[in-house]
Design a protein around this ligand. Structure first.
Ligand SMILES: [Zn+2]
Length: 264
């Protein structure tokens, strides 16, 4: 099939990678790995945009100023760093400000073009006054709140299909009646204390592709029956994949591969 694709907006910064020891469960080069793969295979179809750093005024909408200052001045104590569970570095500090703004830039670009994708972000465990689970700032909450504050949208849906529940996103966004969080996640995965967002679906680790797709379809239908968001922030965690070492689900994406093959 010969489809005439418009260039797809891809948001990326070369400083997204972080130095992490090889034995660590977080792959520090996954951002450049994915970006380089996209460039290699689809470069003529991509419109690459690069974010600046998130500014303090915008960050204060989703995070406590004392926490932002601690991050900015490299003053996170051992207790803070234990929760984040990544080795602290100048690059991690820098990329935390960049990727947060990167998601906002992605959202703004998608308002212009209909769709934009961020090769980064998804730091959904970060809370208002501390980081958690590899996440320093919460790019999803930051983006949703700033889009509303800047009157670019009236209703935001955060659709989080990462295998881990976005507990930080829910905690920060729960007080906003115009932000709707929906998470489909594994019940047996981190975080072990689940939060109650607008819509939460906990999956057993035993389910297969068919049941996963059915659950996704039902959930999307239920969302459509209740709200019409102006924008969807889709956290496309691929860690539901059977070979992912951090996720407990066993999804093989056979249907996705089949559909992608049909397009090519
Ligand atoms: Zn995850």
């Amino acid at each position: 099939m010969n489809l005439d694709f418009k260039p797809l907006s891809i948001i990326y910064h070369p400083h997204y990678d972080i130095p992490v020891p090889k034995i660590h469960s977080f792959v520090g080069t996954k951002f450049s790995d994915l970006f380089n793969n996209l460039q290699k295979n689809y470069s003529s179809r991509l419109n690459i945009l690069t974010p600046s750093s998130a500014n303090f005024d915008n960050l204060k909408q989703s995070h406590h100023i004392d926490y932002i200052n601690k991050v900015e001045q490299d003053e996170l104590t051992k207790d803070y760093l234990r929760l984040i569970n990544l080795p602290w570095s100048e690059r991690l500090r820098e990329r935390s400000f960049l990727e947060t703004e990167g998601t906002l830039l992605t959202a703004k670009q998608s308002i212009k073009t209909g769709l934009a994708c961020h090769v980064g972000g998804g730091t959904h465990h970060a809370h208002f006054d501390h980081g958690f689970g590899f996440c320093v700032f919460n790019d999803l909450a930051y983006t949703a709140i700033n889009l509303l504050n800047q009157k670019l949208v009236k209703k935001v849906l955060i659709l989080d299909l990462d295998v881990h529940q976005g507990d930080g996103t829910i905690d920060i966004c729960n007080k906003y009646s115009s932000i709707y969080t929906c998470s489909i996640h594994s019940e047996s995965n981190f975080p072990y204390e689940k939060k109650q967002g607008w819509m939460d679906v906990s999956l057993s680790s035993a389910i297969g592709d068919d049941e996963y797709l059915e659950t996704l379809n039902k959930t999307l239908t239920s969302i459509q029956e209740q709200i019409i968001p102006d924008i969807v922030l889709y956290d496309a965690g691929v860690d539901v994949f059977s070979n992912d070492k951090l996720g407990n689900l066993r999804i093989k994406f056979r249907w996705l591969l089949k559909n992608v093959m049909n397009l090519l």
